[in-house]
Design a protein around this ligand. Structure first.
Ligand SMILES: [Zn+2]
Length: 337
């Protein structure tokens, strides 16, 4: 089974965080945190449709300018999500540039910025042709922390405490559909783009007694068969649980945070979690509202994560990256066994 989402960090664990999540079959990607983006190509940056910012400390938000710079003359909508106060930050960032001449651009690049307080999402728009003035503000309730809900996946968020509100995110693929090619062959049906349409119909929950059009080309002529959706689903589709990718950074290790993190990260296939300090510096970690490597490992184990990827190592351990990794792995594995 090919995973639908491919997460990887743009930079190394000592650099400013930005987790790039590429989509397998679409020219689209998501980003968790907006740190240094210089290692991303323009083409990769253009794929980003939605960016989720944990908080606006500089190391998590300084990639904003590069993202806007590349999109400026494009007819695109960029959605950004962040913690309370986020819309003000976006507004101020945009207001620091001079925007005369943009009102004549042939296209209208638009930024939608949303701030989540745990209950509601407040959104505002900033349009290029309007010199990125703030407009169209609206508030909507958020159920179960779900910020984005699309056919194949949802993004869930919780508000954590970093002495300032800090969001953690989870991408949950709803269900992963595999096509059983051998069954397809037995039914005399060829592979083709109709399979993508079939998967979408199943994920949407289209009525099962509906007729589904299976079509293909043979010698330049379109062939088709109309088959019951329920039949196709039963015969050739295997539904397996989707992937879950969780991202947690910049959090104090106190009971309220731990409770929320474990709930968000439960059963993650990939758990990206900060491991900023060695446990020998636990006092420092507490003072700075960060996790130690050991705490990160224990949290991931208790959340039942499958793979753990530590990041956001403090620069003070520049030559001790392996120690941080070992401490995380020991806490994660020792207690799994
Ligand atoms: Zn940070």
């Amino acid at each position: 089974m090919k995973p639908l989402f491919h997460p990887h960090f743009v930079n190394g664990p000592f650099d400013d965080p930005a987790l790039f999540i590429d989509f397998l079959f679409q020219k689209r990607a998501l980003l968790f945190d907006l740190g240094d983006l210089h290692l991303l190509s323009s083409r990769q940056i253009l794929r980003l449709s939605d960016i989720f910012v944990s908080h606006t400390h500089m190391d998590h938000f300084s990639g904003f300018d590069r993202r806007v710079r590349i999109l400026l003359a494009r007819d695109k909508l960029l959605r950004l999500f962040g913690p309370p106060g986020f819309i003000d930050r976006v507004e101020h960032r945009l207001a620091s540039y001079t925007w005369n001449l943009v009102e004549n651009f042939p296209v209208d690049f638009t930024i939608s910025a949303g701030e989540f307080d745990g209950k509601e999402l407040r959104c505002a728009r900033f349009r290029c042709r309007n010199r990125f003035g703030r407009e169209g503000e609206e508030v909507s309730p958020v159920a179960d922390g779900v910020l984005l809900d699309e056919v194949p996946f949802r993004i869930r968020s919780v508000v954590l405490d970093h002495k300032t509100p800090c969001l953690a995110f989870s991408l949950e693929e709803k269900n992963h559909l595999n096509i059983m090619k051998d069954r397809l062959l037995k039914l005399g049906l060829p592979v083709g783009s109709w399979l993508t349409e079939l998967k979408a119909a199943v994920l949407r929950g289209d009525p099962e007694d509906a007729l589904f059009r299976v079509w293909w080309r043979e010698g330049g002529v379109v062939q088709e068969r109309l088959l019951n959706l329920e039949f196709l689903k039963r015969e050739i589709v295997r539904i397996v649980p989707g992937q879950k990718i969780t991202y947690v950074t910049d959090v104090g290790c106190h009971p309220e945070n731990i409770f929320r993190i474990k709930e968000l990260a439960a059963g993650s296939d990939y758990f990206f979690i900060e491991a900023t300090f060695l446990h020998e510096d636990e006092a420092k970690a507490r003072e700075k509202y960060h996790l130690t490597a050991r705490q990160a490992g224990i949290l991931a184990r208790e959340a039942g994560a499958v793979r753990l990827i530590p990041f956001h190592f403090s620069a003070k351990y520049a030559r001790r990256g392996e120690e941080l990794r070992r401490e995380v792995a020991d806490a994660f594995e020792a207690q799994v066994a």
